[in-house]
Design a protein around this ligand. Structure first.
Ligand code: C5P
Length: 296
């Protein structure tokens, strides 16, 4: 009997170089423009297809007990793909080892979903094209279509319109997770129209990246950040800690709570990382990931 087919795949986190909220839509979502970037911090997923197992069976486990539920987006992704296939697929086991903090704005759950989607498309030999994968991804969550591509991309609509960009310059990143998790819906609900940005940050960054120029750090911007800094003192304190440690540019990722600081020199990143880690905050010294590495 042949061994079950089994693969390890990384599910990379993301940061938002920019996040502009343009307005509220009739469907309750917010119209966004954002430049997103995959980073090396990742969850690890092992997918095992067992031809001799019970067809249609999907088993799941995760090393974080609270996430070990049938409701996990990784499991829902497998069920969605099975429905799209229109037949019982060979038995599947999903093992998820979490490293990306949750409620961080780093897209961990969305990346897990996109990684299961792309990898199962191959393992189950479904031959879904990129547009079908994007459509399935959009059903799973607003951030999931971005992760089907990875690398650097411009995101529009509620998140489902993805325009891949050339890879941004490779940068070191210090990522910090304050001692608080933040719910995305709550952050969007608390947003008032006067906080909508009409700034050109996404356009400016997109143009710089398309031109192959450096990422203009002074243009990085997130419309969701001021409200979160006001309402969550843990995030405001971590922001101050990063600045105090010598980071010139500090930005919140997505709806938070994670913050990141970009660096061109490892020595600078390492100094800030060591200084913030000494305060006891959860912190990672990581870097951007190119689209070629992100596409599984
Ligand atoms: O699409 P997803 O389930 O990831 O979104 C979670 C929540 O975040 C939504 O229910 C909504 O409250 C908010 N959201 C939003 N506008 C977006 C994306 C998310 O208001 N573009």
């Amino acid at each position: 009997m042949p061994l079950p087919r089994s693969v390890f795949v990384p599910a990379y986190a993301k940061i938002n170089w920019t996040l502009d909220v343009l307005g509220k839509r009739e469907d309750g979502y917010h119209e966004l423009r954002s430049v997103m970037q995959t980073i090396a911090l990742c969850d690890t997923i092992r997918l095992t297809v067992d031809e001799s197992g019970t067809p249609g069976a999907i088993r799941f486990t995760c090393d974080v007990p609270a996430l070990r539920t049938e409701d996990n987006l990784a499991v829902r992704t497998a069920h969605l793909l099975r429905r799209l296939a229109g037949r019982d697929m060979p038995a599947l086991r999903i093992e998820l080892s979490k490293h990306i903090p949750v409620q961080a704005g780093l897209g961990g759950g969305s990346s897990d979903a996109a990684t299961v989607l792309k990898t199962l498309n191959t393992l189950w030999n479904l031959r879904l094209g990129i547009h079908e994968l994007e459509r399935a991804a959009a059903e799973l969550g607003s951030d999931v279509p971005f992760f089907v591509h990875g690398g650097t991309a411009l995101i529009e609509g509620r998140g489902e319109r993805v325009t891949p960009l050339p890879d941004a310059e490779p940068l070191w990143l210090v990522v910090v997770m304050p001692d608080v998790g933040i719910s995305t819906p709550a952050v969007f609900q608390a947003l008032t129209p006067d906080q909508y940005g009409h700034g050109p940050s996404s356009e400016t960054i997109t143009n710089a990246i398309r031109a192959g120029a450096q990422v203009p750090f002074e243009q990085l911007h997130n419309d969701l950040e001021p409200g979160v800094l006001r309402n969550f003192q843990e995030v405001a304190r971590a922001h101050d800690d990063l600045r105090g440690a010598g980071a010139d540019t500090v930005l919140m990722s997505g709806s938070g709570a994670a913050l990141f600081a970009p660096f061109r020199e490892l020595d600078d990143a390492a100094r800030v990382h060591a200084s913030v880690a000494a305060t006891g905050l959860a912190t990672w010294l990581t870097h951007t990931i190119a689209a070629t590495a992100a596409i599984g």
